[in-house]
Design a protein around this ligand. Sequence first.
Ligand SMILES: [Zn+2]
Length: 77
Amino acid sequence: MNDSAGMLHLLAAEPTLLPAAPLDANGETIETRRNENHTCLRCGKPATTALIADLGEHGKRWLDLCYTDFNSVRQAN
Ligand SMILES: [Zn+2]
């Protein structure tokens, strides 16, 4: 999960377009996010996982991914 900057690069996402995540997010916050029916950043299908990327100057941002893309991103790293 600390590799999320590399993950963002893979996703070719524009960091400032990603939704801001709370600074004090914990497991419960992430669980809530997963249940909010967001769409996968890569393919637009329903996201089943939520990660938080610490982007330094851009702050913390949500990464919503479906299970397939979560696994492919994780393996790519
Ligand atoms: Zn996907």
